[in-house]
Design a protein around this ligand. Structure first.
Ligand SMILES: [Zn+2]
Length: 370
């Protein structure tokens, strides 16, 4: 039990103050409840990372935080009306560090006192992030990855000292194996755990502060499992309910045509993933995300969705790199969607738009024919 920690089920009336619970006994998603308003005057200005907002996290106040200096990433003007939020500059090279820092901070004492270890299923950015923050906390991490996984992200996970377990079979089998109960194992899968998602709200507070206490008109971000999308919406909703902003920004969930369940569900059109979901946006893999219903509910009130083709992603990737922004192709999905809206005249001349660049180019070596 942790003081100030209250997670409630989105389907039944179950609630818990145990941060080791990653989902409801009814199998539905848990969501952390924010009890207090956001207060600008409570920001810890001497902290040049996301924990300048620690006061907005009652369950972490006064605790030793597990931090590598994540957050407070640059918000850079790209051209008139468009800014990039450089989330790829976080300590492990992706936005996932925000969630890993909040989650590992919330559970560290409990895991250490029971001499346990954490388990996550991801061969990508989340796996690397959980491995890094576990290392920082002195906790053992076991990361389950598909048998075929290789490349720089897996190397990064190994470098942090995590144990890698390769599993044959599909994504669901991987998750089930990682979740399987075992002595000392604490499952911290980023897709499910509400304390991971909760760390993402700092991104909304940062954009608000960096825009001199205002919200942009649009935010374009790539969507796979939905942790970034839901966290950013939650942060801005918190600012709205606290009277800090008057209106929600429109948040646009950006996907590749190949992996686009959110786009189709929001539009009410059918989606069946192709047999091979090979896209150059290789970090966006969730064809059937567990948080889908929650995402649709939130997008109906404060967002929209867009899809882009492989060619549009490639062009956006090239344009970003040739402008000095070296991000992984999955990050280029958001910029490609922005360009589409701009081309189609869906943005007003005076609109302020933020595009979130989520992952570092060095993590997904990729050589387009430039
Ligand atoms: Zn429930």
């Amino acid at each position: 039990m942790v003081l100030g920690y209250r997670a409630v089920c989105q389907e039944c009336d179950y609630e818990t103050s145990n941060p080791l619970d990653f989902r409801c006994p009814c199998d539905s998603v848990l969501e952390l409840v924010i009890e207090e308003p956001f207060r600008r005057e409570k920001i810890a200005h001497h902290e040049m990372g996301m924990w300048r907002y620690v006061e907005a996290y009652p369950y972490l106040r006064g605790k030793d935080l597990v931090t590598l200096g994540e957050g407070w990433t640059p918000l850079v003007k790209f051209k008139e009306g468009v800014m990039f939020k450089l989330e790829f500059l976080n300590p492990t090279g992706s936005f996932k560090d925000r969630g890993a820092s909040s989650l590992i901070s919330a559970i560290r004492d409990e895991v250490l006192s029971r001499e346990g270890f954490v388990a996550e299923d991801s061969s990508g950015n989340a796996g690397a992030s959980i491995a890094a923050y576990s290392a920082r906390a002195g906790i053992k991490a076991r990361i389950y990855v598909p048998a075929s996984a290789s490349g720089s992200k897996v190397q990064q996970i190994e470098a942090y000292g995590a144990e890698i377990v390769k599993i044959e079979g599909n994504r669901q089998k991987l998750t089930e194996t990682a979740m399987k109960e075992e002595e000392g194992k604490f499952y911290v899968g980023h897709v499910y755990h509400p304390a991971f998602r909760d760390g993402m709200r700092t991104l909304a507070y940062e954009i608000y502060e960096q825009l001199n206490w205002s919200a942009p008109d649009h935010i374009f971000l790539p969507v796979s499992a939905g942790t970034l999308l839901l966290g950013v919406i939650k942060g801005f909703k918190h600012l709205l309910s606290s009277g800090e902003i008057n209106e929600m920004p429109k948040i646009v969930a950006c996907q590749s045509e190949i992996v686009s369940p959110v786009y189709h569900k929001l539009r009410g059109t059918s989606y069946s993933p192709p047999e091979t979901t090979r896209s150059i946006a290789d970090a966006l893999i969730s064809t059937n995300p567990p948080l889908l219903d929650l995402m649709i509910k939130e997008l109906r009130s404060s967002g929209d969705a867009e899809v882009v083709t492989e060619n549009e992603i490639l062009n956006a990737y090239r344009e970003l790199a040739l402008s000095g922004f070296y991000v992984e192709p999955s990050s280029a999905v958001a910029y490609a969607a922005y360009k589409k809206w701009s081309r189609e005249g869906r943005l007003e001349r005076h609109d302020r738009t933020v595009v979130i660049l989520t992952g570092h180019g060095l993590k997904s070596p990729f050589l387009p024919n430039l």
